[in-house]
Design a protein around this ligand. Structure first.
Ligand code: SF4
Ligand code: ZN
Length: 311
């Protein structure tokens, strides 16, 4: 196959677009998909200060790299989770990545907040760790943006993440979540928009981008990641994509164009949010969910210590 644009040998084959590209033309395709996402959804302009959440994976690092190359004002934020065998490797990897590209990096530590993820996992007693971990990361992300005056919060969610999440929300007909899904959302009670500039690109395309740009991935995955991130739904949708190239894009774009509006009335109210009594984050309750988690961890530790003492 030849590159669609320059007719050199194609190295990246994209069935969903019925085409292929050489590396240079693929980078152009990638940049244009990001530019279209940013423009169509008014995500940000060069005047915005953009905080990019960096997990250490190919998507978030690829996003930071691309936005920096496009000339945006980008700062990375890594939330250090205190997970043995994974967190230190991720942090070292992200530090090296940011230093090589002159991207300023903010590191926020959840163990410093009393929320090391292994302690949270213990305190949850078998309930899913990933949803609590996700809430903590979103909480830190919003707090840093609020405190340090960032105007856009960018995450590396790609088309596969977004369609899998949409599919899960549709399976449950979860109207509030459906109303709250999209590539550009207002931050609850804050100033910054939450944006997903990679939403038009598939996981395969972001992986090709990272590989061709020489962005290595972290080889120490989170030990709690089994079954996380809608893995089964992604496989189902990938099967569909194989038989109907372009199905994922169609599913998501049609939802944005025709479906989302239908659930607008079910959107969770943000008008009545008040500052959390403990940490000041906007919340519909007196104490926010993350501060309640913190209390749960403290109580669980005290209980464990007491049980050990009385042995
Ligand atoms: Fe957190 Fe789950 Fe991701 Fe591990 S896999 S970092 S627990 S969200
Ligand atoms: Zn709080």
């Amino acid at each position: 196959m030849k590159c669609r644009r320059c007719k050199a040998p194609a190295q990246v084959k994209l069935p969903s677009h019925n085409t292929g590209f050489c590396p240079e033309c693929f980078f152009l395709f990638f940049s244009r998909q990001v530019q279209k996402a940013v423009k169509d959804h008014a995500m940000f302009t060069p005047a915005d200060r953009i905080l990019v959440a960096l997990s250490g994976g190919k998507d978030s690092l690829g996003l930071a790299n691309e936005l920096k190359e496009q000339g945006y004002d980008v700062t990375g934020l890594h939330v250090y989770l205190g997970i043995p065998g994974s967190s230190d490797a991720s942090l070292a990897h992200i530090e090296a990545f940011c230093e090589a590209r002159s991207i300023p990096l903010i590191v926020a530590s959840t163990p410093d907040m009393g929320l090391a993820i292994p302690d949270v996992k213990e305190a949850l007693r078998g309930r899913p760790t990933c949803s609590a971990c996700g809430s903590i990361k979103r909480h830190v992300f919003s707090r840093v943006a609020r405190e340090q005056g960032f105007t856009a919060l960018a995450t590396g969610h790609n088309l596969d993440d977004e369609t899998a999440r949409l599919f899960a929300n549709v399976l449950r007909w979860d109207k509030a979540y459906l109303a709250d899904q999209g590539p550009c959302l207002a931050d609850d009670g804050g100033q910054a928009r939450k944006v997903k500039p990679l939403y038009r690109l598939t996981e395969f395309e972001t992986a090709c981008y990272a590989f061709l740009k020489g962005i290595p991935h972290v080889s120490a995955p989170c030990p709690y990641s089994r079954g996380a991130s809608f893995t089964g739904h992604k496989a189902l949708l990938e099967n569909l994509e194989q038989s109907r190239p372009g199905a994922k894009t169609q599913f998501y774009e049609n939802f944005l164009r025709d479906g989302r509006e239908a659930f607008a009335a079910s959107a969770r109210a943000t008008a009545g949010l008040t500052p959390c009594l403990e940490c000041g984050a906007p919340t519909p309750r007196e104490v926010c969910g993350v501060c309640q988690l913190k209390k749960m961890v403290v109580a669980h530790k005290a209980e464990t210590a007491h049980a050990e003492e009385s042995r």
